[in-house]
Design a protein around this ligand. Structure first.
Ligand SMILES: Nc1ncnc2c1ncn2[C@@H]1O[C@H](COP(=O)(O)OP(=O)(O)O)[C@@H](O)[C@H]1O
Ligand SMILES: [Mg+2]
Length: 294
């Protein structure tokens, strides 16, 4: 079971299989410390711990520079931590082979880079020839909400994109990036949501995409929009290189801490409305809310 695969389950065997799949899709960071190689003196993460249940939808929120993108890069093993450990399915990521890792976790950066290739080749990039048939590529694109705009391109899936070719919008590039991750059928999908690159329509598409993914698939999103955040199973507020609060939307509002301050309801318990409004989570305002609460 994985992100790109949805099926009905009824028998107890299937239920057991689902439980095993969920366990295999759980992710955890334990007391992770990390500095980027270019800035060895600055801790990007300083003792960050996070437990992500298999199949959960997790939103990472918090002030700009707090460490959200770095957490995704750790779980995607773009870097190894200097202290602590990151695990998927209870196994330290350092024990994964590169092929196994690529089939386990899919990482979609904030602004995915396209190569000067066809859209189809961009989606299947990195896979061996024959590993992803055109039908697999198209299915992944459909799941990523990208099939419609790709078909409308001059040569459909064979249209060359990237520098010097057909230019895609930020939202379209991100959906191609999601398709590129999904075609590998990962158990854990990591998505660094752009703050401004997505217009309302593409954002709604990405949102629907995430909602349609199989529940056995774990999704960790750096999220900026209340619409994405409030429905998450778990919201983790990342600031100063740590998780400073975590819980559901309503629990965090009730707590009246950093998250409540960012939502701007001051722990009044929330209420309806405002679902489409972006949170000022990457604004200086969020930083000052955090600093006030230290
Ligand atoms: N590629 C990088 N090289 C060096 N430092 C980085 C890099 N990316 C992020 N940082 C630094 O790491 C810290 C955490 O950043 P980041 O994870 O990008 O935060 P967020 O995604 O919450 O805005 C910040 O101090 C940031 O400047
Ligand atoms: Mg970021």
């Amino acid at each position: 079971m994985n992100c790109a695969h949805s099926a009905l389950r009824s028998s107890s065997t299937d239920a057991r299989r689902a439980a095993a799949a969920a366990a295999a899709a759980a992710a955890a960071a334990a007391a992770v410390t990390f500095s980027y190689p270019t800035r060895p003196g600055d801790a990007a993460l300083s003792g960050l711990s996070l437990r992500v249940p298999g199949g959960a939808r997790v939103a990472l929120v918090g002030p700009s520079g707090g460490g959200k993108s770095t957490v995704l890069r750790m779980i995607g093993r773009l870097y190894d931590p200097q202290g602590g450990a990151v695990a998927i399915g209870g196994r330290d990521l350092r024990s994964f082979g590169s092929k196994e890792l690529a089939g386990t976790v899919g990482y979609v950066p904030q602004d995915p880079e396209l190569l000067p290739l066809s859209v189809a080749d961009n989606i299947s990039y990195g896979l061996r020839k024959g590993q992803a048939a055109r039908a697999d590529v198209e299915r992944a694109a459909a799941q990523a909400g990208a099939d419609g705009f790709i078909r409308a391109l001059p040569r459909g899936y064979d249209t060359a994109v990237g520098e010097g070719s057909v230019a895609l919008s930020g939202g379209q590039r991100q959906r191609v990036g999601i398709a590129r991750a999904l075609v590998r059928r990962p158990r854990v999908l990591l998505l660094d949501e752009p703050t401004s690159a997505l217009d309302g329509a593409s954002e709604a598409e990405v949102q629907r995409t995430l909602e349609r993914l199989d529940r056995a698939c774990t999704v960790v999103t750096v999220a900026h929009r209340l619409a994405t955040i409030r429905g998450a199973d778990l919201i983790a507020v990342v600031a100063g290189g740590r998780v400073v609060e975590s819980g559901t939307h309503s629990a965090l509002l009730a707590q009246g801490g950093v998250y409540a301050g960012m939502v701007g309801r001051g722990g009044s318990g929330g209420g309806g409305g405002g679902a489409a409004q972006p949170l000022p989570l990457d604004a200086e305002a969020a930083q000052s809310v955090y600093e006030q609460q230290l």
